[in-house]
Design a protein around this ligand. Structure first.
Ligand SMILES: Cc1cc2nc3c(=O)[nH]c(=O)nc-3n(C[C@H](O)[C@H](O)[C@H](O)COP(=O)(O)OP(=O)(O)OC[C@H]3O[C@@H](n4cnc5c(N)ncnc54)[C@H](O)[C@@H]3O)c2cc1C
Length: 393
């Protein structure tokens, strides 16, 4: 599938950067958006209460979007694992219609991929078809009350116990907790070894000794904290190697980081479209708003930043799919796209005046949802750290 310099630029779609996308990829993007638009309309108002929405996850499977994340051999519908570019296109397309559906889909991927990439055949068989078909909800549990950006300092311990381990400690700000059916828990197996002493485990959501509570955010993101009190896990529940848990985490985060940027691009595009429409239909001082240069130039700035973000995201994803080293490209894509989306959503509200702040308005919803993307999967400051370090490699 050609990704650069495609030969069918006659396909007219102002939103989809024909420079980088083939016609097949553009169709994939518009199909994702179309299906999401038909089935998920929560972004247009009436979002859920920030708990896991199992009906929506089942619907994501039923309409065929969720299975596209996973290989047919493991209960999904694609040949092989998802490409980073397809993941980005899915997230961008769905985000333009429903941030809730987008987030639910992304979290099935974030929690499912460490198992798919590093689980034993039995573990993959037990969980991935269920996750791919929306019948099981996974969670990726890395962050702790005292270990966020500095994840290598995590303290939840895994003590050897007979043939397996006992896990003790806390995780906080875990998407889908405490309702997840399965957690990928990152635990310390070697004291004082930093990132080299962490192991990833699969833990069932109803394991004895595991409890938790939901946390409320400004957005409707399902999230919570869990506590593990001597939770027993078998040797087979280890993902990858003992003390190799950071490789498991990074394997998934490398794939998902550009796609956080794609989520942001989808939100920015939705905000830009709303602002452009409002500037055409709203009149003041006997003119359409767009006739004021202050407004039209702001729209131009919003469109330019959105498109630049999209190009960085597609470029990072394409490089990932080619097997290139993407540390800097992914960090740039995530940083730029999430910061751009925050700017665009805020500017769209300004162009709307008071109506953009009304509860239930698309922009009120986007304003709440866009904020967290600058924090999770590496804050903007951490992305700048990574980029700066890469400059001197
Ligand atoms: C909506 C949402 C969903 C999430 N989902 C998950 C999940 O599913 N699984 C999971 O494990 N975690 C999840 N998280 C947690 C997220 O990954 C952490 O919040 C993030 O890594 C930042 O950690 P922290 O909140 O502890 O902030 P801290 O690490 O305490 O950072 C606070 C501030 O200090 C800055 N800072 C820290 N270190 C440096 C440095 N070296 N240089 C410059 N500045 C620095 C940060 O950029 C930030 O501005 C989620 C968070 C949110 C908001």
């Amino acid at each position: 599938m050609p990704l650069v310099g495609c030969d069918d630029r006659g396909v007219d779609d102002h939103q989809t950067s024909p420079f980088l996308l083939s016609a097949a990829h553009r169709r994939f993007l518009s199909e994702a958006r179309e299906v999401a638009g038909e089935r998920f309309t929560s972004v247009r108002g009436g979002a859920s209460d920030g708990r896991v929405n199992r009906r929506l996850i089942a619907e994501l499977a039923d309409c065929g979007l969720l299975p596209r994340l996973f290989p047919a051999a493991a209960g999904g519908s694609r040949e092989g694992t998802v490409s980073a570019l397809d993941l980005c296109l899915l997230r961008e397309g769905i985000a333009q219609e429903s941030t809730e559906a987008e987030t639910a889909l992304a979290l099935q991927g974030l929690g499912g991929y460490p198992i798919l990439q590093s689980g034993s055949p039995a573990t993959v068989k037990r969980w991935i078809p269920e996750v791919a078909q929306g019948r099981a909800v996974p969670a990726f549990a890395l962050t702790e009350p005292n270990a966020g950006s500095d994840a290598a300092s995590l303290e939840l311990t895994a003590e050897p116990d007979g043939d397996g381990y006992r896990l003790t400690g806390q995780k906080k700000w875990i998407s889908n907790a405490p309702e997840a059916d399965v957690y990928v828990v990152f635990a310390r197996t070697t004291a004082g070894a930093g990132a080299r002493g962490v192991t990833a485990f699969v833990v069932e959501g109803d394991a004895p000794g595991l409890s938790g509570q939901a946390l409320d955010l400004v957005s409707h993101h399902p999230i919570g904290a869990i506590e593990l009190e001597g939770v027993a896990v078998s040797r087979d529940s280890v993902l990858g190697e003992v003390d190799g848990g950071f490789r498991v985490a990074m394997g998934t985060l490398d794939l998902f980081r550009p796609s956080v940027g794609a989520f942001a691009v989808g939100m920015a595009q939705a905000a830009l479209d709303a602002a452009a429409e409002h500037a055409r239909s709203r009149r003041a001082f006997d003119k359409e708003l767009r006739e004021f240069q202050a407004v039209s130039h702001q729209l131009a700035e919003m469109a330019t930043r959105t498109e630049a973000a999209r190009l960085l995201v597609y470029a990072a994803a394409t490089a990932y799919d080619r097997g290139e080293r993407v540390t800097k490209a992914s960090a740039m894509a995530k940083l730029f796209a999430t910061e751009a989306a925050q700017f665009v959503v805020d500017a769209a509200i300004q162009i709307h005046g008071a109506s953009g702040l009304q509860k239930g308005h698309l922009l009120e919803h986007l304003y709440r949802d866009v904020r967290a993307t600058r924090i999770y999967e590496g804050t903007s400051e951490i992305q700048r750290e990574i980029i700066a370090r890469e400059l001197y490699r």
